[in-house]
Ligand binder design. Structure first.
Ligand code: FMN
Length: 195
């Protein structure tokens, strides 16, 4: 099994981004599992807390370490990624040089009610992921414009969009396999299980 961690950049209960993530998780492809990780409990980043980590941060870092790859679906706020997502990535990026997220394959998706689909947030998100030495899935930008017309009943119902995003998940899984990231995550899962 390829274990993917799904992170939504929106805390909104009726979030379109979370709806997209849930749709991908409903049917992630052969031998693939997507587990959603909500960001609601994370405190604001404060380097002073690195010596006595808030439990929610430890949970996040362990979840990333145990994941073979990550899929992020984020809205665009004022031409960038939401602070909630940047905050989570800042927590995930430490300890510097030893962060579990470094080297992890990541598929970035943005969505917006605007026709632009969050392209500016997408570019910013890519920059941040590169700074953290993540392996980005390289493919045409996965952006969803006019997302309010493509989500119904809490799920992405626009079939061409769903087909395109599922292909992105397929590329992410291929990158996990090619990079050996899955083996490193399996070692981490074994450590946590105490095998
Ligand atoms: C604070 C704020 C700023 C926003 N700025 C942008 C923006 O710069 N570009 C854009 O396309 N949409 C912008 N939007 C609209 C969001 O893309 C839209 O509300 C989206 O549905 C939010 O994602 P969610 O449904 O997952 O919560 C903004 C929304 C909020 C609340």
């Amino acid at each position: 099994m390829v274990e993917l961690l799904g992170i939504s950049g929106s805390l909104r209960a009726e979030s379109y981004c979370t709806a997209i993530l849930k749709t991908l998780a409903d049917s992630p492809g052969d031998m693939t599992n997507i587990r959603l990780f909500p960001l609601h409990d994370l405190p604001l980043y404060n380097e002073d807390l690195e010596s006595l980590l808030p439990p929610a941060v430890t949970v996040l870092r362990n979840a990333i370490a145990a994941a073979d790859g990550i899929v992020i679906v984020s809205p665009e706020y004022n031409h960038g990624m939401p602070g909630v997502l940047k905050n989570a990535l800042d927590w995930a990026s430490r300890p510097f040089g030893r962060a579990a997220i470094s080297g992890r394959p990541v598929l970035a998706i943005t969505a917006s009610v605007a026709f632009t689909g969050g392209v500016r947030a997408h570019a910013q998100l890519n920059e941040t992921l590169i700074a953290m030495a993540c392996q980005l899935v390289v493919r045409p930008q996965s952006v969803v414009g006019g997302v309010h017309d493509k989500v119904t009943g809490g799920r992405l119902t626009d079939q061409p969009t769903l087909y395109f995003l599922r292909a992105g998940i397929g590329d992410l899984v291929q990158l996990v396999i090619a990079s050996g990231a899955g083996q490193r995550a399996e070692a981490s899962r074994r450590t946590h299980r105490g095998d």
